[in-house]
Design a protein around this ligand. Structure first.
Ligand code: UDX
Ligand code: UDX
Length: 462
């Protein structure tokens, strides 16, 4: 068997590496338009940072895993073609700011139609609006070279930072489709390492909708506990105690109840907006408003964090140096898409703070690009004044200590483990007093830091 995957990103790369690793008999080729990305996948410096991924890619590359930019050749040789290209929120036209842009998916479908012969199984891996498979099917069916197609939906549930573990031992694999034979071929691939009872099969639409729903429910839990964090700060309750207490109820469960500066990542916001757009499209106004509130709460949480910093620091942060610890949207990834750090930094920059940013995995290039983009907004054009503000007020530090040197405050925005093991007495001695520390992840030992002399403010703690 021969598999091709279009899109060598955070989803396509790790997922295909795992299939190749676990199925030595299957030839897997991952293709992408981006030559630099493909070169990186073929090198010792993979474009995606994931604990444990290097070994798996190295092993599989020796045998049955290839990365290439020759899209047509890979499609032609494949029995099964995965589509794992990105589907960002539309920034233009109807549904701008809400609907998913499925332009790349359509292009892939057309390219598959053109490059194919015989019979092919096309698998949607990208998260898509419900009923996209229908469009993909119609495009494929209009290929008039005698080729036949089956379309399956196989949404990805891996979380970044734990992708390898999630792929090795998934809670479930979901496969939606119409043709039992096509479904069985994909079941057989996963059955190399996933217990059969964990491979669920549904119709196409259920599979597509389950992905959006899973992400909406997960994000909703974070927004729910974050809403309670604001109430904790007002009342003197402690959000970590509350989440521990409610999490012991087996109906609620302990996971995904960590209050934070807000959720980020490429999926949650995009998928909920997508869900909201779909509901509106079908005239379900109340349902749309219900889910939209999850995003409203998340925006509030990010905004509230900066407001609290400014208020605490005597109502001005203008030209004060603030150390930003962590820029990725969560630990153990170099991904910054929709990271709450981007929005907190933007709001602090609007207050004219000087930021010294440190993240163990995110490059300076990426940090600057994200800040330019957030100031530019959906139009994509940044004003000269904003560009100058970023250039003059942002620097990137090589370590957490260096970022804090000469700072008025530290803001912890990503829960990197290394922040728990720093030499805090030395850090304190290099800072202005009062030395403020704002823990946006409730990561550190606040009691200990207070005894050292830090003034600590944390999420959901009065
Ligand atoms: C994935 C999913 O596919 C998306 O739908 C899901 O909701 C989030 O995760 P991800 O792998 O994180 O996307 O995206 P990204 O890292 O941007 O990778 C997509 C890749 O596809 C990029 O490398 C891009 O160059 C490539 N691409 C895009 C193509 O090869 N062809 C195209 O036409 C468009
Ligand atoms: C998510 C889904 O978990 C995954 O199944 C889906 O395939 C893609 O989207 P991902 O975005 O990679 O994965 O990471 P996730 O672990 O879900 O975290 C998302 C955001 O929520 C992060 O910013 C994280 O810091 C935040 N979060 C998570 C919290 O603030 N509190 C929590 O308790 C959990």
């Amino acid at each position: 068997m021969n598999i091709c995957c279009i899109g060598a990103g955070y989803v396509g790369g790790p997922t295909m590496a795992m299939i190749a690793y676990k199925c030595p008999g299957i030839q897997v080729t991952v293709v992408d338009l981006n030559q630099k990305r493909i070169d990186a996948w073929n090198s010792d410096h993979l474009p995606v940072y994931e604990p444990g991924l290097d070994e798996i890619v190295r092993e599989a590359r020796k045998r049955n895993l290839r990365f290439s930019t020759d899209v047509n050749a890979a499609i032609a040789a494949a029995d099964m073609v995965f589509i794992a290209v990105n589907t960002p929120t539309k920034t233009f036209g109807t549904g701008a700011g809400r609907a998913a842009n499925v332009e790349f998916v359509e292009k892939c479908a057309r390219q598959i139609a053109e490059a194919s012969t015989g019979h092919k199984i096309v698998v949607e891996k990208s998260t898509l609006p419900v009923r996209t498979a229908e469009a993909v099917k119609r495009i494929l069916e209009n290929a008039n070279n005698g080729t036949t197609f089956d379309v399956l939906s196989n949404p990805e549930f891996l979380a970044e930072g734990t992708a390898v573990q999630d792929l090795l031992k998934p809670d479930r694999v979901l496969i939606g489709g119409e043709s039992q034979t096509a479904i069985q071929s994909l079941v057989d691939v996963y059955a190399h390492w996933v217990p059969r009872e964990r491979i669920l099969t549904t119709n196409l639409w259920s599979s597509e909708l389950s992905k959006l729903t899973a992400n909406a429910f997960l994000a909703q839990r974070v927004s729910s506990i974050n809403a309670i964090s604001a109430l904790c700060e007002a009342t003197g309750a402690d959000v970590d105690e509350v989440s521990h207490a409610i999490g012991t109820d087996s109906r609620i469960g302990p996971k995904f109840l960590k209050s934070s500066v807000g959720f980020g990542g490429s999926c949650f916001q995009k998928d909920i907006l997508n869900l909201v757009y779909l509901c509106e499209h079908f005239g379900l106004r109340e349902v749309a408003a219900y889910w939209e509130q999850v995003i409203v709460m998340n925006d509030y949480q990010k905004r509230r964090f900066c407001e609290r910093m400014v208020k605490t620091m005597f109502n001005t942060v203008s030209n004060k140096q603030i150390a930003i610890w962590g820029f990725a949207f969560k630990k153990d990834t170099n991904d910054t898409r929709e990271s709450p750090a981007i929005y907190v930094c933007r709001d602090l920059l609007k207050e004219r703070a000087k930021l010294k940013i440190y993240d163990p995995r995110v490059s300076e290039d990426q940090i600057r690009r994200d800040l330019y983009d957030v100031f530019a907004g959906p139009g994509g054009k940044i004003s000269d004044a904003d560009r100058q503000l970023i250039d003059e007020h942002v620097s990137v530090a090589p370590s957490a200590n260096a970022a804090a040197q000469g700072a008025h405050a530290i803001a912890v925005l990503t829960e990197w483990d290394e922040f728990k093991q720093l030499d805090y007495p030395t850090i304190l001695s290099s800072m202005y007093r009062p030395a403020f520390l704002f823990d946006g992840r409730n990561l550190l030992n606040h009691h200990h830091l207070r005894t050292l002399g830090f003034e600590v403010h944390a999420i959901g703690k009065a």
